[in-house]
Ligand binder design. Structure first.
Ligand SMILES: Nc1nc2c(c(=O)[nH]1)N[C@H]1C(S)=C(S)[C@@H](COP(=O)(O)O)O[C@H]1N2
Ligand SMILES: [Mo]
Length: 330
């Protein structure tokens, strides 16, 4: 079904870097201060979250800002330890503690990504070639799981739109499908006989959702490269949708004319739709979505807060769904 072409390294860059160098060359130096935080990379500058996708801005001096913007929530950030030990990554098991315990078995170098379907430059590309042209930005986003818990996470990444444009989508590219690594030898959840997911984990977006400036591919969090349990080396982050849309450890990006099948929708179509926009008005068949538990919480500090339409990003994304019945397209 999938065509495997030879790995290309010649696109967009003549400089070839062995993948082993990936982490070393991209040492994240994290600075934080009272009023500002920024990521400073040796050969690229990452801008504060409100200086978004203007290539011209990348050349200008860094602007420090801690202002609340859609790209940078000012809410209290979830401690690193919680964001990296309470995870969903069913390839490693269904317990929240399984990903941290078992994801180190996943080989993330070398890593390649297939880009296929409705693009003018399909191919299988080394991770280095996927990410090298992009300046990293820090995005502080709320992450709202469909299970009604949430976190605030500082991601490091770049707009998915910038990546897709490099491969020249055709006019037939109406959707983008994503797949996670399929490697049972390293992913004990994929070996389990009791799994409900048909591997590989698959997700998808409509092309306008994929091109939206809030949608990013993350390569890091908290100023460091992504831990395996959070989806190293490359994962999607779509902050206005339930967390399961933010697919981890991506090995395939496929542009298509048809709406792609997605893992949770295949598993339980009455519970998980293709769109899966965060919506406090549409309850999960088995629980309410009106509120969420903001992590970390405890018995004495339940930290239950109201869930916002589109996870608080309605101003930026509600127009994408104008005229759609969000009860039907949940
Ligand atoms: N490949 C893959 N991606 C995945 C999942 C998964 O099981 N497998 N779980 C999803 C769910 S349900 C959530 S809430 C987020 C959790 O991301 P985090 O562990 O980095 O917080 O990852 C999503 N991406
Ligand atoms: Mo989730």
């Amino acid at each position: 079904m999938r065509s495997k072409t030879a790995i290309k390294t010649d696109i967009l860059s003549s400089e070839i870097t062995p993948e082993a160098d990936y982490i070393n060359r991209r040492q994240f130096i994290y600075r934080s201060g009272q009023t500002a935080m920024c990521l400073c990379l040796p050969y690229q500058l990452a801008l504060a979250g409100d200086a978004v996708d203007d290539a011209g801005l990348r050349q200008s001096p860094l602007v420090y800002s801690a202002a609340e913007t859609p790209y940078r929530s000012n809410e209290k950030q979830t401690p690193f330890v919680d964001a990296t030990s309470y995870n969903n990554f069913y390839e490693f098991g269904t317990d929240k503690s399984d990903p941290k315990r078992y994801a180190s078995a996943m080989t993330i170098s070398p890593w390649s990504v297939d880009i296929s379907g409705e693009v003018e430059k399909p191919g299988r590309y080394h991770l280095e070639d996927i990410i090298r042209p992009h300046a990293f930005q820090e995005r502080v986003y709320r992450l709202r799981c469909v299970e009604a818990w949430s976190m605030v996470i500082p991601w490091v990444g770049f707009p998915l739109a910038d990546l897709l444009k490099r491969f020249s989508p055709t006019s037939k590219a109406k959707y983008v499908a994503f797949e996670t690594l399929n490697r049972p030898s390293e992913m004990r959840g994929q070996r389990s006989r009791f799994g409900t997911i048909d591997w590989p984990y698959a997700e998808g977006l409509r092309i306008d959702e994929a091109m939206h400036p809030l949608t990013i591919l993350a390569v890091g969090m908290y100023g460091k490269t992504l831990p395996n349990q959070n989806g190293a080396p490359l994962r999607l982050v779509v902050p206005w949708k339930y967390g399961f849309k933010s697919i981890k450890s991506i090995t395939r990006i496929h542009l298509t004319e048809q709406q792609p099948a997605t893992s949770w929708n295949l598993t339980a179509p009455n519970e998980y739709g293709f769109y899966s926009n965060v919506n406090p008005l549409v309850d999960h068949p088995r629980w309410s979505q009106a509120t969420e538990r903001r992590l970390p919480n405890s018995l004495f500090k339940p930290n239950r807060i109201k869930t916002l339409p589109f996870n608080g990003y309605a101003e930026q994304v509600a127009s994408l769904y104008k005229g759609m019945d969000l009860t039907r397209y949940f």
